[in-house]
Write a protein that binds this ligand. Structure first.
Ligand code: C5P
Length: 318
């Protein structure tokens, strides 16, 4: 039986702009995505039967077909029936460290790890763009999670342009354990509140999305201007998530007052991140986070920006 252990990093959104509606019911977005080294471990072990199974000790992670990692394996089995028949099913074990329903793409990263791992386990030799295309069938963030690093993402979030990696920046992440935001709810609420401001003309949609390539955030990343990266953090979804969950604003202000480059909600939340210039600054922000009113309900993490996506940690043939 062969097995692979993979590292599946979380992502944060340094920039998220909602431009308009798409014919497929999703939103046209312009984003800057960034991997961080807070990561799950995903182990894949080939089985002699034709079953796909998911194991995870986290009580909130489903181990049935609703798990995106299961869906990734099912998609691979459907796309490559000969390899599935030859190599058999797979047992997927997820060691969950990324908070769930947190805007950190934890589930998407697990699915990306299954795609990368099964490509190796089944000796398919898929290219990165073939893996990304499969990923886009599972979720908008899955393609980015495969190569990770730093990238502009447009379309649904699946159209990627890599950016140079910004080294040696840290983030402090804060996530209230009871506060899970459903991504679909956040986008639907945004549409209900701000749909009247959406760009509708197809050409205007395309040019607005293209404008992110010359935006201040992208210029700041290219020039490694840490101060400007902190200043240009932006997330349209804060406009609907923060009014519904005021604790998010309180956490963001606590981080900002503690002295960081900038603080912002990631994706559809509820995680707030503080971008920090050094590990020392991150430790100070972390300490201030601990002083918040309900420290027992607030999970805090320190992570580093990373230039990598899914990584193979080890492989075995027994
Ligand atoms: O693609 P994913 O399954 O991660 O998206 C979750 C939900 O977020 C979608 O069902 C949709 O409601 C919303 N979404 C959107 N536009 C996007 C990405 C996600 O409206 N570009």
């Amino acid at each position: 039986m062969r097995s692979y252990s993979l590292i599946a990093p979380a992502k944060i959104n340094l920039y998220l702009e909602i431009i308009g509606d798409r014919p497929d019911g999703y939103h046209e977005l312009a984003m800057v995505l960034q991997s961080i080294d807070l990561a799950d471990q995903v182990d894949l072990r080939s089985l002699s039967t034709d079953t796909i199974s998911v194991r995870c000790s986290h009580p909130q992670v489903p181990i049935n077909r609703s798990n995106l990692a299961y869906q990734a394996a099912a998609l691979m089995a459907a796309e490559f029936p000969d390899a599935f028949a030859q190599f058999g099913g797979v047992e997927i074990t997820i060691d969950k460290r990324i908070p769930i329903a947190a805007g950190l793409a934890g589930g998407s990263s697990n699915a990306a790890a299954v795609l990368v791992g099964l490509d190796l386990l089944w000796q398919l030799g898929l290219t990165q763009s073939e893996l990304e295309e499969l990923g886009s069938q599972l979720g908008s963030d899955v393609p980015f999670c495969i190569a990770g690093g730093s990238a502009i993402a447009t379309g649904r979030g699946e159209r990627l342009s890599p950016l140079p990696s910004v080294d040696n920046l840290y983030v402090v992440l804060g996530k209230y354990r009871h506060l899970d935001v459903a991504t679909a709810w956040a986008y639907q609420t945004y549409r209900a509140n701000f749909g009247n401001t959406y760009v509708v003309n197809k050409q205007d949609l395309t040019s607005r999305a293209a404008a992110v390539h010359s935006s201040s955030m992208v210029q700041a990343i290219i020039h490694e201007d840490r101060f400007q990266i902190g200043q240009r953090l932006h997330n349209d979804l804060e406009r609907v998530v923060i009014p519904a969950y005021p604790q998010i604003l309180q956490l963001k202000e606590t981080f900002q007052n503690a002295g960081c480059l900038g603080a912002m909600m990631s994706g559809s939340g509820s995680t707030v991140f503080a971008l920090c210039d050094s590990e020392n600054q991150a430790q100070k922000v972390h300490q201030q986070g601990r002083l918040l009113a309900q420290p027992s309900d607030l999970d805090l993490f320190i992570a580093r920006l990373t230039s990598t996506g899914i990584q193979v940690m080890s492989s075995n043939k027994d």
